[in-house]
Design a protein. Structure first.
Length: 345
């Protein structure tokens, strides 16, 4: 298809807010600060956030991403991603003689603390979330004997608890608000005494981005969501757009992935981005659309966001010296000394 000429009938609805949330911004800056402060390499357990561009950019600066704590050589720094980790991962780092930086989003940390508190009170905890997601794995690890996963309304029929009067639900922070409440409603039908968490677990940024998409999905025939395929909150935006009335909605990492055929018969295109997406990628999509006649950009504003989080406290310490000291205490920088515990399985 040839590039379209500018037309007053064609427009773009641009969601606000979109892109980086406070937790993602904090995590990405934490990696950059650690590299600046301690030098490369800085190891990161799992992708710091679920975005291909961000990961590739940080790799070029000297970050090394690993899936297992045991992949980090003794005497190095390892950072935990914004999604959070289970307590066993902190234990692995100690056994591996690693200095750590915890970049877990404070809102995820809140859910972890809720899980611990309710487990201490011997509640059955129903964690609403997607099986295999890093955040779910981390939260479940806080109280594995008390937590069972509920992956949507379809799972509710199979849920069993010890005492229906001592049941609470928690949730992954990046879910669809509507789907989560549908699951909660189904759980309350089965367990009328189900307790809700003291505050909403779905993060403010996820809710705000979904609200903006709902508003523009009713007008846009096509909604383009910028985000990676392993990003839960980005995938939810695609679903929300379709439920809001958009004829089509697609997830793309880069403008180059947009297909010309998507624009056939489309006068209004909605554009948004997931909470781990830098604005430069949205700007590339807007430029791509402008080249094809969609130059009129209207902002669809659902909320103002002014939340910021302070950087991890570990960045105020000399972690390189700390890591070296851990190795020295255990008898060298190579293989574990005679008194070192065996590597975690």
């Amino acid at each position: 298809m040839d590039h379209m000429t500018a037309s007053p009938g064609r427009r773009v609805l641009l969601a606000a807010p979109r892109g980086y949330c406070a937790g993602v911004d904090r995590a990405v800056i934490a990696v950059e600060k650690a590299l600046e402060q301690y030098g490369a390499p800085v190891y990161v357990r799992h992708e710091i956030v679920h975005n291909k561009y961000v990961v590739q950019t940080l790799e070029k600066k000297g970050a090394i991403f690993v899936e297992r704590t045991e992949e980090v050589p003794p005497g190095n720094i390892v950072m935990f991603s914004a999604h959070g980790v289970a307590p066993v991962v902190h234990d692995e780092a100690r056994r591996g003689r690693l200095a750590t930086i915890d970049a877990t989003c404070p809102l995820v940390t809140k859910v972890h603390k809720e899980a611990v508190r309710f487990a201490d009170d011997d509640y059955d905890i129903l964690l609403i979330g997607h099986e295999g997601h890093e955040e779910v794995i981390g939260t479940s690890g806080e109280a594995p004997d008390h937590i069972q996963l509920v992956d949507g309304p379809g799972d509710v029929a199979g849920v069993e608890v010890r005492d229906p009067s001592k049941v609470v639900w928690l949730s992954q922070t990046t879910l669809s608000v509507d789907e989560t409440m549908e699951t909660v409603d189904a759980l309350k039908e089965k367990f009328p005494q189900l307790i809700s968490p003291p505050s909403d677990d779905i993060c403010y940024a996820t809710q705000n981005r979904q609200l903006a998409v709902k508003q523009m999905g009713a007008e846009a025939e096509l909604v383009i969501v910028v985000g990676s395929r392993n990003s839960s909150n980005s995938k939810r935006l695609v679903e929300v757009a379709k439920l809001a009335g958009a004829r089509e909605s697609f997830l793309v990492d880069f403008a180059s992935e947009i297909e010309e055929a998507w624009l056939e018969g489309v006068t209004t295109v909605g554009v948004t981005s997931g909470a781990s997406v830098p604005e430069v990628l949205v700007e590339e999509v807007l430029a791509w659309l402008a080249e094809r006649g969609y130059e009129d950009v209207e902002l669809v504003k659902a909320a103002d966001e002014h939340i910021t989080f302070s950087l991890p406290k570990e960045l105020r310490r000399d972690l390189r010296e700390e890591a070296a000291a851990l190795v020295a205490q255990r008898g060298g920088s190579g293989a574990a000394g005679a008194d070192s515990p065996a590597p975690a399985e």
